[in-house]
Write a new protein. Structure first.
Length: 337
């Protein structure tokens, strides 16, 4: 079953914009995310100012649009919107959107930092985080264009883990798992799971362990297509037009086995998953699409920029005089919706 999506950026909706800024002096309405959430109403937009000081996570119980600055710098002059603890989208948070955020564990906890989804119809896109966990029995959740990477010691549930009774679309994500024990990528574990897993690149490590998994559809009704797997295994059926560096995917149905990733990507060892000229991933996906994160209807957006204009260069002098004035250089660009 393929989930049909209408992508229109919610920032265009009629809502109040609430700002969060923990810099000093603060230019925002609030200095913490939870305070901004508690003051907001359903449908409001929360803009998170970039900062060198990470923000605490929050529990979401309202329908909100939460937008950061992107998860990766193009230069050292631009800060990021960083969260140092996980976010839960709970009851009441149906329809929430989160994008453009960097989740980073500064305390070396064993549990990864990321998103826990316990709601319906959420859109989680263009974030960099360590895990995404979807609780049972929800519909319409979309996990798109994220960079999900975990390198801790013993977290074994999977970088993207979906429990039973869900309808979900998992598309155009980079998923990297090297946790020192069992590498697991996209896991759909449970009965009555429907939806699609498409155009992802999944890279797992520790091949000496037989449970290393790129995609596990064993207990679901999902279909997987246009994905590229590096190391590990794939489990289940309904695989169409996927590619692996081994025999992860079954023969037939357009799947490709034993493909050298050096011929596919610009440099997969450095996590550059752009397709190199002449790559066999060009045009060999379902319906003639490209395989991998830059193919399909919603290609991966480098740096995780949200679907609103963003500043990618800012130069402000530390000192000036009344005679010289303040010469500020700003470079901004629009981003794909």
């Amino acid at each position: 079953m393929i989930i049909v999506i209408l992508y229109m950026h919610p920032i265009l909706s009629h809502s109040t914009i609430v700002t969060v800024d923990n810099n000093y002096p603060s230019q925002g309405d609030f200095t913490t995310l939870q305070a901004a959430h508690d003051a907001a109403s359903n449908g409001d937009t929360i803009l998170i100012f970039p900062s060198f000081v990470p923000y605490q996570g929050l529990v979401i119980t309202k329908r909100l649009i939460i937008i950061g600055s992107g998860f990766e710098q193009e230069n050292d002059n631009v800060k990021l919107s960083i969260l140092k603890s996980s976010v839960s989208i709970d009851a009441g948070g149906d329809g929430t959107v989160m994008e453009g955020l960097l989740f980073k564990d500064f305390d070396n906890y064993s549990d990864p930092v990321g998103l826990i989804i316990n709601a319906n119809s959420t859109l989680v896109r263009r974030n960099k985080l360590e895990r995404i966990f979807v609780y049972p029995n929800h519909t319409g959740n979309i996990i798109s264009q994220n960079h999900v990477e975990f390198t801790g010691n013993h977290y074994q549930w999977g970088s993207i883990y979906v429990e039973n009774g869900n309808e979900v679309l998992i598309e155009n994500n980079i998923v990297i798992n090297d946790n020192g024990s069992v590498g697991r990528g996209i896991i759909l574990y449970g009965t009555a799971i429907s939806g699609s897993v498409c155009n992802n690149v999944i890279m797992v490590y520790n091949l000496d362990h037989g449970s290393n998994t790129t995609i596990d559809l064993n207990y679901s009704n999902c279909e997987a297509y246009n994905n590229i797997a590096i190391q590990g295994n794939a489990f289940g059926s309904n695989f169409f037009n996927n590619m692996g560096d081994g025999t992860q995917f079954p023969t037939g149905n357009g799947n490709m086995q034993n493909v050298s990733m050096n011929e596919v990507f610009v440099d997969h060892n450095s996590y550059d998953f752009h397709l190199k000229p002449g790559s066999p991933a060009f045009g060999n996906g379902l319906n003639g699409d490209d395989m991998g994160v830059y193919g399909g209807a919603r290609p991966f957006v480098d740096h995780g920029y949200p679907g609103i204009p963003s500043i990618y260069f800012l130069n402000v002098p530390f000192y000036t005089t009344p005679q010289e004035g303040l010469n500020v250089t700003i470079k901004a660009k629009s981003n794909p919706q």
